[in-house]
Design a protein. Sequence first.
Length: 233
Amino acid sequence: MQSENDHTDCRGRSAIRERLLLSGLQLFATQGYSSTTVREICALAKSNIAAVNYHFGGKAHFYLAVKAYARSRRQDLVRRCWDLSSSSPWAALRLHIGILLDSTYDSVQSQVNWILLRELLDGSPVHLECSSPAEQSAQRREYEENLVRLLSSLLQDAASQENINLLRYTYYSICMFLPIHTHCEEKLLRGQGRFALKTTDKESLTEYIFSIVKRTVEDMRKKSALLSTKGNI
């Protein structure tokens, strides 16, 4: 049986690991792998200079741990979304829109995006894989299948492949474009642009995009019902 001191030590080690991972994520995103030193990571995390080696076994393994940590944060959110999709598809949609907006509004996810972008431009700095290509392919396939299931639940009888694709790319593009555009309108056009939203915080944009998607789904379902009625005449 573990003593109270053992539990305290475990909590302390867990807190240090968390600080190191967050610090590594921030520095790798802003400076890149090669330009970031272990000393800088430990200094930002307010930990001993040997902490990275002690907890992760060196910079290369630490980098992979940072990427795995970032993925796990996103996967937890996505898992909640899929769990909701069968019982409350509209609530799942709202959550999924929020996940997409996190790439702009959530500092952790935006840092993840910067790391991925650096790897696309410079190549992976660490030639070790956290998962095999087959596992990565399976994860992507699972994501696609869950997303199609969610959109099909929303569209119901209108869930043709064409409508699923149109709905998906419509709101994906809005989620990527609208935060940047509204920020420009607010700063440069003093709120007098095309969208002229009163607020540009994440929650407001989530609700705004949700309302657009909901109207789009309703229009698709009405059109599908009308075509079905005409086909039966």
